[in-house]
Design a protein around this ligand. Structure first.
Ligand code: HEC
Length: 122
């Protein structure tokens, strides 16, 4: 087990080195951030199903439903940035902070939000 942990740290460190190389190259700072903060194999759809679907499939407690453009159009008027902020911090004491994906980085939550919005357009 201990060995596994060391190996994982080594992988994380090599990821960091990679990000540094990209910074020195032509990639923008924004791209470097994406590289650094979305873990390998991250799947927005799977995370949606695991963390958000319980409320956002059925509309439990008034949650805007996936695939329902009416539910999302009025929310989108606030702008995606506000929606992302409310995803990260929680909203109205009923939408839980991070949508209960506590292992998700902010960038990963943004990817899940985009997954929802892309699949809820008119
Ligand atoms: C425990 C149930 C629950 C879970 C789990 C949950 N949500 Fe929500 N969410 C809600 C409810 C309820 C609302 C509506 C709150 C309101 O408008 O009062 C909401 C609203 C939102 C909004 C709109 C916020 C706004 O400003 O109008 C976004 C975006 C959102 N959720 C994203 C997510 C994402 C992404 C996940 C998973 C990572 C998630 N939610 C998981 C219940 C949940």
């Amino acid at each position: 087990m201990k060995l596994m942990k060391v190996a994982k740290t080594a992988v994380a460190l090599s990821g960091l080195a990679l990000a540094t190389v990209f910074t020195a190259g032509s990639a923008t700072a924004e791209q470097t951030l994406t590289l650094a903060q979305i873990s390998e194999g991250f799947d927005p759809q799977r995370t949606y199903t695991q963390s958000c679907g319980a409320c956002h499939n059925s509309g439990a407690a008034g949650a805007p439903r996936l695939g329902n453009a009416d539910d999302w159009t009025s929310r989108l008027e606030k702008g995606r940035d506000v929606l992302l902020e409310n995803t990260i911090n929680g909203y109205n004491n009923i939408m839980p902070p991070k949508g209960m994906c506590f292992t998700c980085s902010d960038d990963e939550l943004a990817a899940v939000l985009d997954y929802i919005l892309e699949n809820s357009a008119e």
